[in-house]
Ligand binder design. Structure first.
Ligand code: GCU
Length: 422
């Protein structure tokens, strides 16, 4: 009887696993043979030997490919923003921090979008402080049970108020704010749904609709979509951080998890005000090498999330070998600023090895600037972070943001901002 039960359970588990599989490969021996473009060889075949050549010729070439073939072109039209202090509490976290909530109202062409930025600043530090900026997934109120935190406006498009994930402090585990404050850093966060509510059918509610040519261009193959919009939003938050007198705007470390890891890399590449860029488990379309086709692939991503990349990216579904670029070059576009890639052992969907390789292969561009890349081609053991100008770690566990990740980001930022750790 017991045996029967076991077999039935195994069959059932097998069935569930099969039902959930989207044809992804997790077998290293089935990774196709692939050739990656060399970030230091220009389209005309010339080798890049100076930083000047990189900055004026090769970097723009690669940037253009990512804009037109992957994330879509970011318009340079400016959208007026009105910032309003909605609330300020100087004794948050038992007096350790000042908590500010800033309302952002974007308005143009008779349309408006509301967003709320949540800011924690350490009280113990008198001067300007470095900051970690990162979007949250479940609303500002998901960071803490504090009743004072306003519910993020973008949530109304994607969740009903009685959804269990709307509970205060729902993602507290991912946000060790006190630990970050104790280390002398501020925390700036906003819900990503405020900028582009994350559903394909909600594009008309997104920030994109405020742009003058939205109607005419929204279906163009190179038009930006959600990832482009989220990246743009991060730059607008940066505009605010530059005005905040307690913040050292030259020490803003941008961190993004998963789909926000993709958006943060894209934001960090386009906006050089971000002093450090951190990708946490960003996977396909983030740090992972696409041509490996391990875990999530272009086909899976562009069909499950047709509103993330530009339409031109769809031509590479099952055709990754035709990609004229790969994600190591996205990492390289952050150079010479410090960049950090983090993986999790059980997060095979995001292809930890592919994420690591992108870090390795971005190295030559950092070396051109005289900085050290990862300096190894061997993946490090679990919890053995590498912290050169390019950083990397793989930790045990699943797709998530944990204290271990944050501890490494804090160390990495202290190292590069020249701050003393405790
Ligand atoms: C899905 C998606 C990934 C993404 C992840 C997330 O798993 O396939 O590309 O990174 O969601 O954002 O959590």
């Amino acid at each position: 009887m017991k045996k029967l039960l076991l077999i039935t359970t195994l069959l059932l588990l097998g069935y569930v696993a099969q039902a959930q599989s989207r044809g992804e490969n997790y077998d290293e021996t089935k990774v196709p043979v692939y050739t990656l473009p060399d970030p230091l060889i220009c389209e005309n075949g010339e080798a890049v030997t100076t930083t000047g050549q990189w900055e004026t010729v090769r970097r723009p070439e690669i940037l253009r490919l990512f804009s037109t073939q992957m994330y879509g072109v970011t318009p340079n039209e400016s959208i007026p923003v009105d910032y309003r202090l909605l609330d300020e509490k100087t004794d948050a976290l038992a007096g350790k921090a000042t908590c500010k909530q800033i309302g952002l109202r974007f308005s143009k062409n008779g349309k408006e979008t509301e967003a709320i930025l949540l800011l924690y600043l350490p009280n113990a530090i008198k001067g300007k402080v470095p900051v970690f900026l990162s979007y949250n997934f479940m609303g500002n109120q998901s960071l803490d049970t504090d009743e004072n935190i306003l519910v993020s406006p973008g949530l109304k498009f994607v969740k009903s108020t009685d959804d269990p994930s709307m509970a205060r402090g729902f993602q507290k585990d991912r946000w060790p704010v006190e630990m970050i404050i104790d280390a002398g850093f501020g925390v700036a966060t906003m819900c990503y749904h405020d900028i582009f509510p994350d559903k394909a059918e909600l594009k008309d509610e997104s920030i994109l609709r405020l742009f003058s040519d939205y109607r005419q261009t929204k279906d163009n193959s190179e038009a930006w979509q959600a990832i482009g919009g989220w990246a743009w939003g991060l730059s607008r938050i940066m505009d605010y951080l530059e005005q905040e007198e307690k913040i050292n705007a030259e020490q803003v470390a941008l961190m993004g998890h998963s789909r926000q890891g993709k958006a943060s890399l894209w934001a960090g590449v386009q906006d050089e005000r971000f002093a450090i860029v951190i990708s946490n488990n960003s996977g396909c379309g983030g740090a992972a090498i696409s041509k490996r086709r391990y875990g999530e692939t272009f086909r899976i991503m562009t069909t499950s999330f047709p509103h993330w990349l530009c339409k031109a990216a769809e031509q590479y579904a099952d055709q990754e070998d035709k990609l004229p670029f790969d994600q190591h070059e996205l990492i390289a576009l952050v150079a010479p600023r410090p960049v950090y890639i983090a993986s999790a052992k059980e997060d095979r969907w995001a292809d930890p090895k592919g994420e690591f390789l992108a870090g390795v292969l971005a190295g030559p561009v950092y070396e051109l600037y005289g900085y050290k890349g990862l300096q190894t081609t061997e993946m490090p053991d679990l919890n053995r972070p590498i912290m050169n100008r390019i950083g990397y770690h793989i930790r045990p566990g699943k797709h998530d943001v944990t204290d271990i990740d944050w501890q490494n980001y804090i160390r990495f930022a202290q190292l590069h901002f020249g701050l003393k750790g405790k």
